[in-house]
Design a protein around this ligand. Structure first.
Ligand code: GLU
Length: 419
């Protein structure tokens, strides 16, 4: 029996396809597969907001808790105009697989509100966030389900969530969200974590191919929380970042962009437009550039059957969740393109979220060097595990990552007597 409306999105269908494929390879028990195909719980709420112009609007909000056999539910909250229950459900399952693969004691969840965050004021965003938090409050908490930022949300969003949840509980509950500002229990290094993780993974792939990141050409799609930090770190390590993009368009410079300068421009203007150190090209053209590594760090489905045959990069590292569709994956595999999947490549965010949660629980805080060191260890170790499984079983990295993740989940389900 399937939950109504849950499987409509292509991201959901693609995720099921990936699961089924890996399930065959590892001979996953049908009971485990069936259990993991559906989320454990899907919460749908309506979120009323009094807008600045005096009008009244009601937004649809979701929190999907996919599985918590490994520990409390964990995953981000997304504000975007394309958010649907089905997309959130697929993203929640990706969190379960990611946390299992990274060997974290956490389950998987995801939340979202269907709203264009660029079209609401800070006051409206705060009201929306507070009301949404109240609506889902019975199901979240430091031991139950711990939200974090995702597309369209930030550390400020988490600060409002923390405040609202704490107001309702009567005491300060810093462990209820991660990705918070440092002043109220956030972790050093959380902001840059996903981007850093992407770069650590790029370093590892290149190492396997007897190459170095220094001098490697890289194109990054997206310049938000993930793409900007990935580009900055790659630039810092000597990579030639030839292109980056935001929602409007991309900037290209075959000699390499001055990323720190560009990041400063972006932080003050909130757009790449107006920066003169590169040629303006389209987001589609960025995907077809002749760079050695392509890191799609924006939204899901950006590399699809319409543009996959134009991709020239031989290495794709998925900074976003689900950027390569199943059809595009086949086209790229046939072109011998090495794709490092999202659940491995963008795991740095939730790894440092886990560190933040641990620091909040123990009231003992680490410095940025410690956080980066521990993050690097987890990313390298996870990469090695997936690489080895892929070599031993002659499967691609996506199949391997999902397989490694499913093996741990199946063991946990069995031990707990759930299958
Ligand atoms: N939104 C991020 C992700 O997709 C981070 C989730 C978290 O830190 O809980 O992995």
């Amino acid at each position: 029996m399937e939950m109504e409306g849950i499987s409509e999105s292509s991201l959901f269908k693609n995720t099921i396809r990936n699961m089924e494929h890996s399930a065959q390879i590892i001979k996953l028990s049908p009971a485990a597969l069936e259990r993991l195909k559906s989320p454990r719980r899907a919460i749908v709420v309506s979120v009323p907001v009094r807008m600045d112009d005096g009008s009244f609007r009601v937004f649809s909000g979701y929190r999907v808790q996919h599985n918590h056999v490994l520990g409390p539910f964990k995953g981000g909250i997304r504000y975007h105009q394309s958010v649907t229950l089905s997309e959130v459900a697929a993203l929640a399952s990706l969190m379960t697989f990611k946390n299992s693969l990274l060997n974290l004691p956490l389950g998987g969840a995801k939340g979202g509100i269907c709203v264009d965050p660029t079209q609401i004021s800070a006051r409206e965003a705060e009201q929306l966030t507070r009301r949404y938090t109240s609506e889902i409050a019975p199901w979240i908490g430091p031991d139950r389900d711990i939200p974090a930022p995702d597309v369209g949300t930030s550390s400020q969003t988490m600060a409002w969530m923390l405040d609202q949840y704490s107001l309702e509980s009567g005491f300060s509950q810093t462990g209820v969200v991660t990705g918070k500002p440092l002043e109220i229990g956030g972790s050093a290094g959380r902001d840059a974590a996903t981007g850093l993780g992407v770069v650590y993974i790029i370093e590892k792939v290149l190492e396997k191919l007897s190459k170095k990141i220094k001098g490697t050409t890289l194109a990054v799609q997206g310049f938000g929380k993930v793409g900007k930090h990935a580009a900055l770190e790659a630039h810092h390590l000597g990579a030639r970042v030839v292109a980056v993009s935001d929602v409007n368009n991309a900037l290209y410079n075959p000699e390499g962009l001055n990323i720190p300068e560009l990041a400063e421009h972006y932080d003050s203007k909130m757009t790449l437009s107006g920066y003169h150190g590169g040629k303006v090209i389209s987001n589609e053209d960025l995907l077809a550039l002749d760079a050695e590594v392509l890191a799609p760090c924006a939204l899901d489905g950006t590399i699809n059957s319409n543009n996959a045959d134009r991709v020239k990069a031989k290495i794709i590292v998925e900074g976003a969740n689900g950027p390569v569709t199943a059809n595009a994956n086949e086209i790229l595999n046939a072109k011998k393109c090495l794709i490092i999947p999202d659940i491995l490549a963008n795991g740095g965010g939730v790894v440092v979220s886990y560190f933040e949660w641990v620091q909040d629980i123990s009231w003992l805080f680490w410095d940025e060097t410690q956080v980066r060191e521990k993050l690097r260890t987890v990313m390298y170790r996870s990469f090695d595990k997936v690489w080895e499984f892929s070599k031993q079983n002659h499967v691609d990295m996506r199949t391997s990552a999902m397989s490694v993740s499913l093996i741990r989940l199946e063991a946990a389900l069995k031990l707990r007597g759930q299958i």
